[in-house]
Design a protein around this ligand. Structure first.
Ligand code: SAH
Ligand code: F3S
Length: 466
């Protein structure tokens, strides 16, 4: 059978979609190629969130096309995902070597389309249609992929799309309207994963705190039932889902990404105290520390409200690991606005943050706003904020030295495969010397050394706690 090389750009949602596509191809008998050089099919699963992510995929495809045109003209080339959704057929018009363009609601069709192209039944395929029910099609897992070893941690897609329409963001256009899977459907997938040895599940979606809000009946999975009035259940659909996953025996840890700050109601904050498998970790994108910009961005909260969420979370768990996303150089961002972002970063003391340079995206309101900032200003602010973030992150990592932390052992360290790697509940990576049988175990290690982004655990203490 032919082999497929699949390369993924962008977020964890994209990684998860690629995994499901790969699993579907493998189920049909395809093998996964270790590199593009030996593959019969090369698929790029793309990201549109910033221009450079799109550019990387386009450059890669242009190179591949040039390379294969002479040597192996039969290789099938395809774009999947967000950029495929937003650019569609235009991608083939620009580079006619491309055979396949599949949008974000059609990942489950990729294997059939590849069959058709290889068999010569069709010449070019572009499918960027919407599809009812497509949110429930990202289900298959590749738990024992050669490179991955035994899977300890798995990602489960719970919803698709976003209706927040932040003015800078292309996601509502590439991923569509919010659509949620039912609780029974998600729980069944999680159960299956746990039965196959998975210990940690990360619930995934573009805005997971909005899970089930648009379709209340989905909470029970009973499509014939009338929507429940919100007053009959005090818990948001998202917290109901977490509870249902929490009840799965053998599951050790639950994470989720990405939430929206406005979705942090009391029920979710309280869930961290009540549900021990829900680990003390939150990726809470703030984007800016300036109320003026938060409003222009259409974020739906103020600086004070964001700080209040952090305060409530830390009241529940003082050790809560909190990370964020911040954009610098949003149109019209003044020195004063930027100073507010710097001061917010210092005030919250994030464990880490992704700092992004604003990138104008097609069809988004921010792209048409006045006062787009010059590149040099954006660069300078990016460097300045990053320095503050890194200094705080290092200091917080250092503070872990000498402490005993609980980790879930995931497998060989990516940096040094002779060692093992695990994560603390607060989502910090810990490297230590252990053996194969520790993989998948929850254990305590003493932190002996902290590097800027990694902690090192003490094997002696580890042995004592076996
Ligand atoms: N809630 C979504 C966010 C997707 S985009 C999720 O996690 O799936 C991820 C991050 O990219 C955002 O939080 C934002 O900080 C950044 N981002 C989005 N659009 C951007 C743009 N136009 N320019 C720069 N950064 C952007
Ligand atoms: Fe994008 Fe805002 Fe939704 S950042 S994914 S529109 S919450």
């Amino acid at each position: 059978m032919p082999s497929v090389f699949l390369k993924t750009y962008g977020c964890q949602m994209n990684e998860r979609d690629s995994e499901a596509v790969a699993a579907q191809l493998v189920a049909k008998g395809y093998s996964l190629a270790p590199s593009e050089a030996v593959a019969d099919v090369v698929l790029l699963n793309t990201c549109s969130v910033r221009d450079n992510a799109e550019q990387k995929a386009i450059d890669k495809m242009t190179n591949l096309a040039g390379q294969f045109r002479k040597q192996r003209p039969g290789v099938v080339l395809g774009y999947l995902g967000c950029m495929a959704q937003s650019r569609g057929k235009e991608l083939i018009d620009q580079l006619p070597d491309v055979d396949l363009v599949v949008g974000t609601q059609k990942f489950h069709r990729v294997a059939d389309y590849v069959d058709d192209l290889l068999a010569g039944r069709r010449d070019k395929i572009v499918d960027t249609e919407e599809e009812r029910g497509s949110e429930a099609t990202i289900k298959e897992h590749l738990l024992n992929g050669a490179a991955k070893g035994k899977a300890v941690s798995a990602f489960v897609s719970i919803m698709q799309g976003c209706n927040q329409y932040c003015t800078f963001c292309i996601v509502p256009y590439t991923r569509g309207q919010e659509r949620s899977r039912t609780i029974p459907d998600i729980v069944a997938e999680c159960r299956e994963l746990v039965a196959r040895g998975v210990k940690e599940i990360t619930l995934l979606g573009q805005i997971v705190t909005s899970y089930g809000r648009r379709d209340k009946w989905q909470v029970t999975g009973d499509t014939s039932a009338a929507p429940l009035p919100p007053a009959t259940c005090p818990l948001s659909p998202f917290v109901q889902l977490i509870e249902a996953v929490h009840a799965i025996e053998g599951l050790e840890r639950i994470r989720f990404t990405s939430p929206h700050p406005k979705g942090y109601g009391d029920d979710l904050v309280e869930a961290y105290a009540r549900l021990p498998k829900l680990v003390e970790s939150a990726h809470l994108p703030v984007q800016s520390g300036s109320d003026r910009l938060l409003k222009l961005m259409h974020r739906g909260y103020t600086r004070a409200r964001f700080l209040d969420i952090i305060r409530r979370l830390r009241a529940v768990h003082p050790e809560m690991g909190i990370t964020t996303d911040i954009i610098v150089g949003f149109p019209g961002e003044t020195e004063a606005d930027f100073a507010e972002t710097l001061s917010l970063a210092r005030e919250v003391e994030f464990d880490n943050a992704f700092v992004f340079k604003y990138s104008p995206r097609r069809d988004t309101p921010a792209a048409a706003m006045p006062d787009q900032l010059p590149e040099e200003v954006i660069e300078a602010r990016h460097a300045q904020l990053l320095a503050v973030i890194n200094e705080i992150a290092e200091r917080k990592n250092k503070a872990c030295e000498g402490r005993v932390l609980q980790i879930l052992v995931e497998g060989p360290s990516r940096k040094n495969p002779a060692r093992l790697e695990g994560r603390t509940r607060a989502n910090k990576i810990v490297i230590f010397e252990g053996s194969e049988r520790h993989i998948g175990q929850v254990m305590d290690v003493r932190i002996v050394r902290a590097a800027p982004f990694t902690l090192y655990g003490d094997p002696a203490i580890m042995n004592l706690t076996e």
